[in-house]
Ligand binder design. Sequence first.
Ligand SMILES: [Fe+2]
Length: 758
Amino acid sequence: MLRVATFVVLGFATCVLAVTYPNLQPGAQIKLSTSSLQYSGQQVQVSWSGVYNPTINDAILLQIPASESLLTVFPVRYRWVGQSSNYQSGAGTFTFKVLNERAPAIFLYARNVTVGTNGTIEWDESDDVTGFQDTDIVAASPVLPLAAPNEPTHVHMSYTDTEGEVLMQWITRDIGEPTVQWGLRPGNYSQEEVGTYSTYLRSDMCGAPANTTGYLFPGIMNNALMAGLPPSTRIWYRVGDPEFQFSPEYSMLTPPRVGPNSEVYFIAWADSGQATDDGTNEWDWADSNPLVTAPYGTRAQKNATLIDVWQQDEAQQGSSLDLTRRVTMDVNTGRNVTLFIFNGDISYARGSVGQWDTFGDQYQPIFTQAPVMMIPGNHERDWPDTGDRFYPLVDAKDSGGECGVAYGKRFIFPQPSFDEQWYAFEHGPITFLQLSTEQPFGAGSPQWIWVVNTLQKIDRARTPWVIVGIHRPIYTSSIYGNSFKSDVNVAEDLRNSLEEVFYQYQVDMTWAGHVHLYERTCPVLKRTCLGYNATDGTANAPVHVDMGNGGFEFTWFANPTPPPYWDSNYMAHGYNRVYANGTYIHMQSVESDTGRIIDEFSLVKPVGWKPNYKGRLNQLMYFFSNYTEQTWYEKGINSDALWVTPIFLPATEIFDANPQIVDILSLSNTTLLQNINAADSVVDLAQIFQAYQAAFNNPAFYTTTPQPGVASTYLKEALQPLLQLFIDNAARAQADPSFDPATFVATKNAGAPAASRG
Ligand SMILES: [Fe+2]
């Protein structure tokens, strides 16, 4: 058995500190209520005394690892000394919840800490981090070693793409033999499976603070598979290592069988983040801090009675504590929850391993009871020149240098590859597509092709419902819209790339986040409410829900008068309870701190419902035929519906009319150009549109033509004959309900003369 100690910690309690604090005051001391941390989350009493000349800007810091200088690793938590309930000049007491962060801890008294200009300790703007210096430390506690370094922490699980499988995941300090044991009775483990492990290093991070002051060793990320689980059965399990330590025993309900006769109950949200639970019943901004004069929703001031090290984050994400508390209540009060959906902006750690640890501790009570299926948000993925969709037009730094690696290592999903962060899975009567809006999703991109292929293959007799997860919303009432990465622009990109695909393949809903509020559209296509079918009650288009109200500070720049395609808009923190069977989905949006239901709605399908993708395609074409020429031009560049069904045209038809296509293809798809030049007589319109889109998005396209207007003319002229074909199709579809556009085109193209060029 392979056993590798990643840290040698023996004797830490007595050894000399690796960090030298030059200004320690004689007589100043910090005492702890325990000589070692017995378990993660232990409450440790910290008492200090004998400090001369204390100031209002003094703070008690929790530093992990104890051996690291404050200059190289930020403290994981702090509290201002004045927050102590028994504060006297130079003395006081706090109780800290200390997590197992895989290294010994130390408490430090920092004097006259300098804070940012707005009175906060900033995390993600390093120029404001002037607070903590080794020279500020006037007292240090004994080092607090870990009594149980390999206690499993961050316990959570996910579904794979195979029915009856659950992948357990947890963190330890050292490499061991990751083991899950389970059985049908408490304490009786008839099954055991050994898995694998991984981790990430400072050098795996893409930038600061993830590879600077935010990094501490994140631990060994273990996983082990429970396969062949019986459906809808309560099991008892534990994870860990036979030689290190096992977790406590947990129990969970295995998922029901996949199929239309199955029913499921689950919970969904996005954008919640993490915060340190200070032990009060409920986090509430106004109650917690009478000293604060700032309005609700702005940053915490330094005198706030909040204890997280990043006080602004505590203020911004405090409502996440309400979410985890109420979801815990839901799960523990008899609701048979078998799934959590968490659609991006997970921890807002943004490069701080310490905040991921807070997250792991906060969510473990629910994530040990059912699998959680996530997608990356901007705060997990975005970093310049690492594959996000915004570079090079915009430098998006929202991940704090994590660039999707911390997320990808911590949570395993059935993705095509590590950095292709999208996947599908089935749950009861639903197929979920979980997408990454932080990576390219435009027409022809690997993700876009995967979406179309996956939607085409879903057996709707098996899973009548299809729900798509996207971090950024495809419809939003946000009016933030002045850059390539802003809400309005990305929503428009999503509609241009995917709305018609979702419509044609009868996606029932999209569930997004990112914009921090709750809102829900009518069944909508191209900003037009299409309502419900009068005969069977089914929705005539996808419904789009933004559940970005999970816990982070609200988005206040929403349109005060939202367009009419909104059925519901709320500014309240919460999550969604979902019940689904083969003919019915019911959703409740719950306000976390009160339990109030702020929105409730249902979708239905008749028994034996069958999709009608061709009918939807005809509808799309009819819809487009009413567009003006200008709109047609825009559609031609951006529309994917135009090439969802492969349509072939003689190459000569395009080239004879549009010699400029050589310029376009030489920039975007030289292979296609060569194929056509090699006398391949027929071209797939899909490839042409794809090449045009690539050209349109290629900055070189604009620099190699005199001006953007000229480039646009190229495209317009080249697309004109192709668009006419679709107008013809639409007219036929309107006149003949049984019309099949693919057959029509095939017939039209049959006998087309072989063309050659060159
Ligand atoms: Fe976001």
